[in-house]
Write a protein that binds this ligand. Structure first.
Ligand SMILES: *Cc1c(COP(=O)(O)O)cnc(C)c1O
Length: 358
């Protein structure tokens, strides 16, 4: 048992060979241990344990495999100077997961206990946190329904688990703007649906559009609203920002957009830097017109994986539109540098975003 936490600990007998820090990629390597706990309607959460990373045995009738009761989170542990380890706003991830759980008729997780479990897991697998600049340990909490029952109803049994995955520097080849394909054929989410939830089906539904965009030479898809295909929502699995004149603008959260933690951090940072900030509907026409007449200074996407991803080009209705001449903008660069420095514990953290865990 880990102290008074009621979390049992089984250490791996043999540790895995760790990959080299300079060739990690994303999502390919998994650490030695995982956290796991179970929920049943009778018992609530039980059997919390840190154990060796292992495969699940699953009944082919398991709810998650048919009806998609699955939500996940994504956050990172960063290694700063003197081997200090930091998390960035981790409780916001678990709070967001619980909001998603309610929408998907799943049980909420106990945030305090899960935070303690995560800290213990990170301590045990601390050697897996990369030392190379820009690399980090990606943390993937997941909640799935596992009833062996084919009727459609909320499951009576769930698994919650956390796995860890060392990931390479996102910008190993430079902080370069992306080319984005504005999708007019497909939509991601609709108000009243589950677009604001990190639920598995949203990502399955997005694959065809992003594969088509990639085939055409674009990095990602820009999603428009599902009703009018007029207002900008998100780009790929990131939120989107525009610098219009001296205003920083992002579409408002309204049920179809994922409430990104990076998005929220950017809004707070740029306000503190004296920018005028607006969360308001932005139409694709407004953006293309302001790109043409020079009012659009820059655009960037935000998310945990890349932090800030400058947008250099939009392709819409068979036409290419350059933003900031296809070059990374000053605010994109400043935000990237500032957020990375806060996450690594190098920059004063006046918003109290980082949690030191080691
Ligand atoms: C995860 C995600 C984001 C970004 O959220 P962060 O909390 O900033 O990582 C944005 N859009 C979608 C669709 C996402 O899944």
């Amino acid at each position: 048992m880990l102290g008074e936490l009621d979390i049992s600990l089984e250490k791996a007998g043999e540790l895995k060979q760790k990959p080299a820090d300079d060739n990690l990629g994303f999502g390919q390597h998994f650490s030695d241990h995982m956290f796991l706990m179970e929920w049943s309607r009778k018992q609530g959460w039980n059997n919390a344990r840190i154990c060796p990373y292992h495969k699940f045995e699953m009944d082919p009738a398991s709810t998650v495999l048919h009806y998609g009761q699955a939500i996940f989170e994504g956050l990172k542990a960063y290694r700063g100077k003197d081997d200090q380890v930091f998390l960035f706003r981790p409780e916001d991830n678990f709070t967001r997961m619980n909001e998603g759980a309610v929408r998907m008729s799943m049980p909420r997780i106990p945030v305090d206990k899960v935070m303690q479990a995560l800290k213990a897991l990170l301590y045990l697998d601390r050697e897996w946190i990369p030392k190379v600049e820009g690399a980090s340990l990606y943390i993937r909490p997941t909640l799935i329904g596992v009833d062996q029952y084919l009727g459609l109803k909320p499951a009576d049994q769930y698994l919650f688990y956390i796995i860890l995955c060392p990931v390479g520097a996102y910008y190993a080849e430079g902080f370069n703007p992306t080319k984005i394909f504005v999708s007019t054929d497909y939509v991601r989410a609709v108000k009243g649906g589950v677009g604001h939830v990190k639920t598995a089906g949203n990502y399955a539904a997005s694959l065809l559009a992003s594969e088509e965009a990639k085939k055409a030479g674009y990095t990602q898809v820009l999603w428009l609203d599902a009703c009018e295909r007029k207002y900008i929502e998100e780009v790929g699995t990131s939120n989107i920002f525009f610098v219009l004149g001296d205003q920083v603008i992002t579409p408002p959260l309204g049920g179809s957009i994922l409430p990104g933690i990076t998005r929220d951090s950017v809004l707070k940072l740029v306000s503190s830097w004296g920018y005028q900030v607006e969360e308001r509907p932005v139409s694709i026409d407004e953006i293309l017109e302001s790109a043409a007449d020079g009012r659009l200074k820059e655009s960037f996407a935000t998310g945990t994986a890349a932090v800030i991803s400058p947008v250099g080009e939009l392709f819409y209705n068979n036409q290419t539109h350059l933003i900031n001449k296809g070059v990374t903008g000053g605010l994109s660069q400043r935000l990237f540098d500032e957020l990375q420095a806060i996450q690594n514990g190098e920059q004063e953290d006046s918003f109290k975003w980082t949690v030191r865990v080691g």
